[in-house]
Every structure is written in C-alpha cells, then in structure tokens.
Design a protein around this ligand. Sequence first.
Ligand code: BES
Ligand code: MN
Ligand code: ZN
Length: 501
Amino acid sequence: MRILTRKGKITEFKSAAVVVPYFEDVKELQGTVKLLDEETGGMIKDIIATGDFKGTLNQVSVLYTRGLIPAKRIVLAGVGKKSDLTMEKLRCVFATAAKHVRSLTLKEFSTSLDFIESKESIEHTVQAVVEGAVLGLYQYTNYKTVDKDKKGDPKEFTIVEEREDVCEIIRSAAESVEIVTKAVFFARDMVSAPGNEMTPTAMAGEARKIAARKNVKLRVLDERKLRKIGMNALLGVAKGSAEPARFIILEYSGDVKAERPVALVGKGLTFDSGGISIKPAEKMEEMKSDMAGGAAVMGAIMAAADLRLPVNIVGLIPATENLPGGRAYKPGDILRSLSGKTIEIISTDAEGRLILADALTYAERFKPVAIIDLATLTGACVIALGDLAIGMLGTDKELKNKLRDAAEKTGERVWELPLWEDYHELIKSDVADFKNTGGRPGGAITAAAFLSKFIGKSPWVHLDIAGPAWLTKDRSYIPKGATGIGVRLLVQFLKDWQKKD
Ligand code: BES
Ligand code: MN
Ligand code: ZN
C-alpha cells in the first residue's frame, strides 16, 4: 500500500472512504469532524444522537455521503477519551479502520490529521497512524494457491493536509514508516515461512538480499569454517540435522567516525523439535518461528541501512535446526564452546543458549559499544509475561533504559526480570563449567544467567521474545502468527542511540 500526502481540504477530497478519528468525550464537534458534519447535513451529529456510534476505542461506523461531499464514505473511527490518547491506541484505531476498509474491498482510503495540536507530535502521530494501517493489513499468503482468501488490499492511503509546512513533515515521516514497515514484513515473512524452506542456508540467502544495499557487507561461515574456529556449541546443536548450520554476519556502516559497532545477535533456530529431549507433538509446528530473533536482527539492519542511520551495526545470526538424528547431540554430552568454556548438556531442548553462547563470544571480537541479543529462548518467559511483553535481562542499566524508552515509543514492550548472582548457582555443573539448564523455576532467568557467562566487558542486554514473537489470536495491528517483534524496537533504539539524554 502506497502512502500519499496531498495538500488540500478533506471536505473537497475525492476518496472511497475518509477515516475520521472521533473522540468519545467531545462535547462539541471541531475541525474536520465539524466540517464534514456540516457538509453532509448533520450526518455525524445524527449517528451520535441515535447512540449507534459513541467513539469508544476501536468502534467503527460507516456513513454514506450520497454525493454531498466528494468522498463516498465517512468511516468514523472511535479513539476513546481525548485525555487518554496514546500512540499505541492510534496504531490500533487505524489498523481497525484499515481492515474495515479492506472488508469493503475499497481500493483506496484517506484521512486528515488535524486533531493533532502540537507540531512536535505530528511526526509521532503520522508514525502511529501509518504503522497501524500498514501493519494491520499484513497477510501471509505465499503458499496459498487455491481459495486465496487474501482480500484485495487497499492500494493507497492518502493523508490530506491543508498546511504546506505540515505536509512536508508528514511526507518525510511517512517515508520512514514505509521503510520500517517493509522491514517488519520482511521479518514476519521469514518467520511465517515453513521450516523446510526457511533453512539456515535460506536465511543466509535472505541476508544476501539485505547486503545488496550500499554500506552493508555480508559474511556467511559454513560448517568447515565453524569447525576451524571452534564454534562447537553451534555445531553440537546442528549435528542431529542434515541441514548444514550457518553463521551469518551482516555489517552496516552508517557512521565512519565511530568505529565500534552496536552488536545485534539473533537466535536463528529454523526448526526446534527439541532434539533427543524431544518436544510434545502438540503445537510443535509453531517451532518454525524459533528464528524470530534472527529475523528481527536482519529486519532492523535492513531498515537501518535504508534509513541511512548514522550508526555502525554488526548483526550476528547463528542458524541451525535442532533435530534428533543419528548423530544428534545427547543429554550428558559436553560441548567445548568457542570461548573455551565447557558446557554439560542436560536437555538438548535448551539449544538456543548454546548457539547464542558462541555468537556472543564472537560478538566480542568487534569490541562493540553494546550487545543486544534477541531470542525465542524460553517457555518460562511465556509463562511469566504472556505474549504482551519481551523479557529483558542484562548487565547495563543505561542500555536497559534506552531499550525501555524505545519500547515505550513503539509499543514493543519490555519488562525486566532480575539477574541476581544467586541464580548463577543453578547452572553450575559437576563435570563441566556450566550446564545448559537450571531447572524449571526461574527458567527465563537461568537461561540469561547462562548467556552472561559468554559476555566479556561489553554492556549487554538479552531480550527473550518467546512470547510476543508468535500470536495465536489476531491483535489490532498484529495479525495472528509471526509478529516481526523486535524490528521496530531495535530501529527506534538505533535512531535514538546517539541522542544525548
Ligand atoms: N525455542 C524454545 C523456547 C520457546 C518455547 C519459544 C515456547 C517459544 C515458545 C527453546 O529452545 C526451549 O525449548 N526452551 C526450553 C528450555 C528448557 C529445556 C530448559 C523451554 O523453555 O522449555
Ligand atoms: Mn528448544
Ligand atoms: Zn528453541
């Protein structure tokens, strides 16, 4: 869907549908709503008077304008109380409205954002409105050949604005949202893709598409190279599968002066059966999404490069399957990781932390200013936070605060869990340096404690995205299935990275 900005009056704009945000607590109509009401002979006042439309959050009503104005329909979109307005609510409202427009099979729709009072908030409002409309319309239909139920998407969404200077702000904000939403779709598509297609090799192929951009370099380490450098934790997990592992290194240089990069590490487990410690069959198909961290890192780098953000980034994605083959690693095995530290395997299903251990060790080679890893790491995190928040653990206060700020702005919320010393006791092994599980209690925390053993001096934060990476029910601007979580969070974090606080 293309996002257009047009200078003019919404009451004079020809469109199949004009979406009009409506606050539930307005006493007297104002601005666009008032104008549209007057031009249509009081249609809006009428529907309010009947009580059929109140303006509560996400309520939608369609009015047919019968030639009174050039726009055929007015789509009233309830936003709730004006004093409670948040960007997150706007995202939801515009997603709901856009999906309604799609259900009417309209090819195009428009809106006016004159309810924004301050100029500073225009950029954020456009971001929320466009993100909501675009992200909400996502459908994954790559493998549908019969009964394609993909409804024809609207092709254009126009923001109509009278003020010339505001038009400019809207234009540039919309352009950057288009870049970011494209990256979110890229990540969602990768995560939605089936395991037989989205193999470690295929992930490296997707990385190659990103590396077609200026200032992005790609290196892919194959198994021979991985053996040579000693990435035995990653190789250990890969042993049970006939699909060869890959280690993907994407480097974006957007800032020539600052040499040290931000390191983003993403779990790229293209299918997690649990291995010899095999998972129950029920819902096992969802484990194709176990590379969502890797997809988020790739999406973020793609967006950063397209936005030409002034920051250097290195993205590291250990990619493999976890299967119970004849050569599969087993409980009781001991792996010698890239760091030299030894790991006793208690469960082959705690594989994410193993491949991340090697990736984190490797990340330190870049002397990064920060390391952020994203992983669908533990079921325990899903139990703790559900699918509404990312579990955040780490060693650096400032980095955590920056991620919290980015989370607040994007609605990709993070919630901190503690990483106290006491938890580290639980992953001590009798025979090796560490064991790969610490038991069920505090599972998200002991997993992070394990990861911390492979961090050197760099400020580090771990984001457990196991919950929000995959939804089993539609949410306004996130259709069920792959969410692309982490892309918007990371991009916002990278945008704000150099800003002084
Ligand atoms: N990929 C899973 C975690 C997961 C579970 C992600 C549910 C999304 C939804 C991870 O590899 C795993 O299996 N973790 C185990 C660890 C345990 C054996 C210590 C878990 O959480 O059960
Ligand atoms: Mn697992
Ligand atoms: Zn896993």
